[in-house]
Design a protein around this ligand. Sequence first.
Ligand code: DX5
Ligand code: ZN
Length: 225
Amino acid sequence: FTSPKIAPSILSADFMNMERDIRVIEQGGASFVHVDVMDGHFVPNLTLGVPFVKQLKRITDLPLDVHLMISNPLYQLPWFLECKPDIVTVHAEALDESAGEFDRAIDMIHEAGSKACIALKPDMDVDVLKPYIGKLDMVLAMSVYPGFSGQKYIEGTEDKVARVVEMARAAGVSPLIEVDGGLGANDPTRAVAASGCDVFVAGSAVFGAEDRAAAIAAMTKVAQE
Ligand code: DX5
Ligand code: ZN
């Protein structure tokens, strides 16, 4: 049994007071800082990029969980890896499997000393991960269509989590499983926790709360029920 990890998404933080907001989640018991990188192409929204991630790394010792929602990730990966993020997530939909890009992305991340994660949009079949499950440190099951915070959890994501757990068990490995979108101290968090989720991303539920530490604590409690 491992205790649930809460990964607040700074997309919902105050960009003009980022250091202050990060201190609050550090003291509030966050396990990772979830960093949503969007390129305005893979997803409709545009958020932050390499210079921002580099500076974040300087102001916090919490592990950076960098979620790349970008097209052609192999091209930009070396730049992000130079920032030494702890975990780097690339979307399956952005990789050309027949060209060996899943392996290439995972290997590039590992060679740089970071942990590798592949994310799946809500419509992507978890079976796409089968050949790679043995070398992934984490799998991210999106519970909303990526692009914006504050969306509603898509029912059924908990079943995908269960299928990833099953796939990993069959392969004799135990990567972390992360869920992202619509989570808080709510039923979706309870449901994905029951299915085997380890890392719970929360944007609006944490940074939208008056007391962010209390929001993290409440969510942790629900995930442990
Ligand atoms: C969505 C992002 C999420 C988002 C989560 O595209 O990947 O990390 O910021 O926000 P909430 O928790 O508000 O759904
Ligand atoms: Zn995210």
